[in-house]
Design a binder for this molecule. Structure first.
Ligand SMILES: C[S@@+](CC[C@H](N)C(=O)[O-])C[C@H]1O[C@@H](n2cnc3c(N)ncnc32)[C@H](O)[C@@H]1O
Length: 357
């Protein structure tokens, strides 16, 4: 039995969790409006009235903007001064678009998680879980019906991104923003991972942000991106990185190292083993695979480990993949024929995993 005091506290916690989507939506509102850029333009401090002017919003939106800013300041996204003006914190500094900085802004990747096309499958999770239990589905088999994303949109994520130019560009730009940010940290903090590699293939490398970062830091490394044809068609044709259209489950061009950043978490265990076997065929006897992905529970920070669990749920609504614990990674590497691996949990939510023959 719980005491009345415990239940009252629990009811607050329950409401806190239930309103979590309002928290995300307030964040989306500020990020979409470009509040961090507006504060930066005003010299680092702005009242809500200043923001209204700076963002060209109607005066009738003042009260709502007040609520958004006050709530986000309570989360630590902005800081509120005693004069009622708002300033940037480390979190909102990541939302400032800064073309002069190598690392860029995390505004696009933040918006991706909150884009209605990606949020809708999460909202449909219970319906997806229930679908077919009354025998109405042809084969009454959840895995055959695919993901909640597919149930929501009628197509899997890569088909939607190929068909919908807006979403495709939005997705590629969002991933590239996160990749620029993390590769800067990875290359500066762990240069030994990328040193001495004559050729690198970034499989599923999107529009080439990771390969471009490696090529800029290590000009002697020949960098290639292997991607789906529709992504290659939109990729830059000049520059140090070569783009090749193809399917990494079928063939990966030979190289000293294959990079798989944010790739394996899109795929089932069976498909990961296939991709890792293609990597094994691609690398020379002394080569390696560099996986940059989540290792569940890798951090000493509770917020990091909790966020990894939300990302796991997000991934499994959008793709047939998931986030993995170290034991799960170990099983994949072993089944694909690799004999050793080294995990470096140096990228916040993500780790660098070097996989050796
Ligand atoms: C989550 S994104 C990661 C992009 C990039 N590695 C990054 O971290 O910025 C996964 C990428 O895999 C690509 N992809 C999906 N299926 C593929 C396949 N069969 N062969 C090659 N690339 C594929 C997608 O087009 C997408 O760009």
């Amino acid at each position: 039995m719980f005491t009345r005091a415990e239940l009252l506290e629990a009811s607050v916690e329950l409401r806190h969790h239930a309103l979590g989507c309002v928290k995300s939506t307030a964040l989306r509102c500020a990020v979409k409006l470009g509040v961090a850029n507006a504060i930066q333009r005003r010299g680092g401090r702005a009242s809500v009235e200043d923001l209204l002017t700076e963002l060209s919003l109607d005066a009738s939106r003042l009260r709502c903007l007040h609520s958004v800013m006050r709530a986000l300041a309570a989360l630590g996204v902005f800081k509120e001064g005693s004069d009622g003006e708002y300033g940037l914190t480390a979190i909102s500094s990541l939302l400032v678009d800064d073309d002069s900085s190598v690392r860029g802004s995390l505004r696009p990747i933040t918006l991706l998680y909150l884009e209605p096309a990606f949020v809708a499958p999460v909202l449909n999770l219970a319906d997806w879980a229930l679908a077919g239990v009354d025998g109405s589905d042809d084969d009454n088999n959840c895995s055959a019906r695919g993901t909640a994303f597919k149930m929501t949109h009628g197509e899997d994520v890569w088909d939607v991104l190929a068909r919908d130019a807006f979403l495709g560009d939005f997705f590629n730009g969002a991933l590239a923003s996160e990749t620029r940010f993390l590769m800067d940290i990875a290359i500066r903090g762990s240069p030994q991972v990328f040193e001495g590699i004559a050729s690198l293939v970034d499989a599923g490398g999107g529009t080439g942000a990771a390969a471009q970062a490696v090529a800029a830091a290590f000009p002697d490394t020949r960098c290639t991106v292997l991607e789906l044809p529709q992504v290659v068609d939109a990729a830059p044709i000049d520059g140090p990185v070569r783009f090749v259209g193809g399917d990494m489950t079928k063939f990966i061009p030979p190289a000293d190292a294959v990079l798989l950043k944010n790739v394996l978490h899109d795929w089932s265990d069976k498909d990961c083993v296939i991709i890792l076997k293609r990597c094994k065929e691609a690398i020379a006897a002394s080569g390696k695979v560099i996986v940059i992905d989540i290792v569940l529970g890798s951090s000493s920070l509770a917020i990091c480990n909790e966020t990894q669990l939300w990302l796991d749920l997000f991934m499994s609504t959008v793709t047939t993949g998931k986030e993995r614990r170290e034991e799960e990674w170990y099983r994949l590497f072993k089944e694909a024929g690799f004999s050793a691996y080294k995990i470096s949990p140096v990228l916040g939510l993500l780790s660098i995993i070097e996989v050796f023959l």
